[in-house]
Design a protein around this ligand. Structure first.
Ligand SMILES: Cc1cc2nc3c(=O)[nH]c(=O)nc-3n(C[C@H](O)[C@H](O)[C@H](O)COP(=O)(O)OP(=O)(O)OC[C@H]3O[C@@H](n4cnc5c(N)ncnc54)[C@H](O)[C@@H]3O)c2cc1C
Length: 586
């Protein structure tokens, strides 16, 4: 069969903030850039980001990038790589100004400067008073950033392949990545996009869990593509549960709501965070607040008929502040709960939110893997954003650091790709075996006959992950979870599609996504079972303490035989002194 082919200097898979920031850098440098997205670019999940983006502009309170770096290292529970964290925090202010000049309508202070709100885990002076570091466009910051980046890409003549689904990377015998096989969703036809460099920017995998804040498209496709190409995924045991999802439904109530002065209460009306984090209280880091809420509910102090949530109080802030600073939250609460947050408290419970682990990269976005002597990059392959693990978030991401991560490392990857293209001017020959393998993967879904259904298996997978790999974990529960997920993986082979049509066959897309989710689920549970300590978002009741002696290291999971490996954390920053691990209190 002949497959249609296109050639570009760079293929960017993903049109969220990470992919678009990289594409912009490249298109402005006159590289030919293809951006592939399974949804229209401005529907990418970055659009949902609410609260804002961190940068030590010091517009509201004194601040410095070095304090931001300290908070990020501490927030990561010392698992973040300090070279990458320094790079990100140092770059932040310039990148906010750059976004502003590109057209992002940030909210303003009365003096005309960019508005900044307090967020969890932020401090002045290395652990002192609360800082106000999060630059916001009301509570629609991601929307503003994504639309601006899209418009700038249109202006820079980036080539968009809207509603194309990437299936597999194409790789040659020498390990070079040569592009990817993609599927045009509208026609059901495959297309081979050859590229000298390929950047994965496919976002997170929140759909692993039944209750989550993520869009349906967040199925970890890029991570699974990397796994199938023999590349490990890093630190997958660290999945962030956001403390304030709408109870039972999962929609996010931004941390910005607590940044604006909202607070949590239990059924006795007690501000319980004072017991768990006496200094930072409701603005302690997310892992701490999520565990506190879960503990309140487990110990019988939850609210509602079944005692299964706590309440987020915002009514004391006043209608004017609420509707000016948090208009999207007011809309969400009214739409889904039919209550007015200016009058009633909001029922909340931790909900799956952010994939801290991902495809291992250095701070230039190059995908790196261990080799006999240290590590080396995979020629032609890059990853940025939530699908990557650079690692600036370590074991727990601070709110407002992901929008920063995607623009900082999107830009850095763009710059490195420009250098790579200068040194590698010609396309390498296509590897036919690799193309055949990718086509066979796609064709698997042409198998006819009776079998299990994709939605049913997906639901079981999500429920299993929620029940066996949630906020609190233990060896026994994780082992049961792993056994169950491996059984589900077996059953996946018996799944058959009923609809084999070509045109806009979303059932086929959902099947491909389920395969991806399955791989990521196994990686997550296996990595969680492996790590016998509690650190950041990974909380093991059977190993309640952090154990730096044995576990101050990154995990690496390989698809082949579900193998786990480990590699050291980079404790040495670029120019400043290291922040050595110490007890983490808020
Ligand atoms: C509700 C919510 C609120 C948030 N608020 C904040 C906040 O206030 N501040 C903050 O810092 N962070 C926030 N975050 C996190 C942050 O928004 C995300 O981590 C970040 O936007 C991810 O950007 P990305 O570019 O990596 O991926 P995304 O924006 O998720 O984009 C992924 C892209 O990949 C494409 N894609 C995926 N798979 C395929 C495939 N197989 N084929 C083709 N295309 C594919 C998608 O179409 C999409 O274009 C929030 C997250 C959520 C869920």
């Amino acid at each position: 069969m002949t497959i249609a082919k296109r050639q570009f200097d760079t293929l960017v898979i993903g049109a969220g903030g990470g992919g678009l920031r990289a594409a912009l850098q490249l298109s402005q440098a006159e590289a030919s850039v293809a951006v592939v997205s399974k949804v229209f670019p401005t529907r990418s999940h970055t659009v949902a980001a609410q609260g804002g983006m961190n940068a030590a502009l010091a517009n509201v309170l004194p601040d410095s990038w070095h304090w931001h770096m300290y908070d990020t290292v501490k927030g990561s529970d010392y698992l973040g790589d300090q070279d990458a964290i320094e790079y990100m925090c140092r770059s932040a202010s310039n990148l906010v100004v750059e976004l502003e000049h590109a057209g992002v309508p940030f909210s303003r202070l009365d003096n005309g400067k960019i508005y900044q709100r307090p967020f969890g885990g932020q401090s002045q002076n290395f652990g002192g008073d609360q800082a106000a570091r999060t630059c916001a466009a009301a509570d629609r910051t991601g929307h503003a950033i994504l639309h601006t980046l899209y418009q700038q890409n249109i202006r820079a003549k980036t080539h968009f392949f809207d509603e194309y689904f990437a299936i597999d990377l194409i790789k040659d015998d020498e390990g070079f990545i040569l592009g990817a096989l993609v599927l045009e969703i509208e026609t059901g036809e495959p297309l081979l996009i050859e590229a000298k460099t390929t950047l994965l920017a496919t976002g997170g995998a929140g759909q692993l869990f039944r209750t989550n804040t993520n869009a349906h498209i967040n199925t970890g496709d890029g991570l699974a593509m990397a796994l199938r190409a023999g590349i490990p995924v890093q630190d997958m045991e660290f999945f962030q549960f956001h403390p304030t999802g709408i109870a039972g439904r999962g929609m996010l109530i931004t941390e910005g709501a607590r940044g604006e002065g909202g607070y949590l209460i239990n059924k006795d009306g007690e501000r319980f965070m004072e017991r768990y984090a006496p200094h930072a209280r409701d603005l302690a880091s997310r892992d701490v607040v999520s565990r506190a809420i879960s503990t309140e509910v487990r110990e019988g102090r939850g609210c509602g008929a079944d005692g299964e949530h706590v309440l987020l109080k915002l009514d004391h802030l006043g209608r004017e502040v609420l509707y000016k600073r948090l208009p999207g939250i007011c809309d969400t609460v009214k739409t889904f709960l039919h209550i007015d947050p200016a009058e009633e408290a909001i029922p909340v419970f931790p909900t799956a939110h952010y994939t801290m682990g991902g495809i291992p990269t250095d701070r230039h976005g190059r995908v790196i893997v261990p080799v006999a002597q240290g590590q080396e990059s995979i020629p032609g392959l890059y990853a940025v954003g939530e699908c990557a693990c650079v690692s600036v978030h370590g074991a727990n991401r601070l709110g407002g650091n992901s929008l920063l991560d995607i623009v900082v490392f999107g830009r850095a990857a763009g710059n490195d790709i420009i250098d790579y293209l200068n040194d590698n001017r010609y396309h390498r020959p296509l590897d036919n075996d690799s193309v055949k393998q990718a086509m066979a993967h796609l064709r698997r879904w042409e198998q006819k006959g009776e079998g299990e259904s994709v939605p049913a298996l997906k639901k079981e997978l999500q429920t299993t992950m929620e029940n066996y790999c949630g906020v609190f974990r233990s060896e026994e529960v994780l082992q049961q979870g792993l056994d169950k997920v491996l059984q589900l993986e077996q059953r996946l082979q018996d799944v058959r599609l009923k609809d084999h049509s070509k045109i806009f066959n979303t059932a086929r897309i959902e099947a491909l996504e389920l395969e991806n989710l399955m791989d990521i689920a196994i990686a997550t549970v296996a990595s969680a079972l492996g790590r016998q300590e509690s650190r950041g978002a990974h909380s093991r009741v059977d190993h309640p303490d952090r154990d730096d002696q044995r576990w101050l290291k990154h995990s690496l999971y390989y698809k082949e035989q579900h193998r786990l490996d480990y590699k050291p954390v980079t404790l040495k920053p670029l120019t400043v002194d290291s922040f050595p691990p110490k007890e983490r209190v808020y």
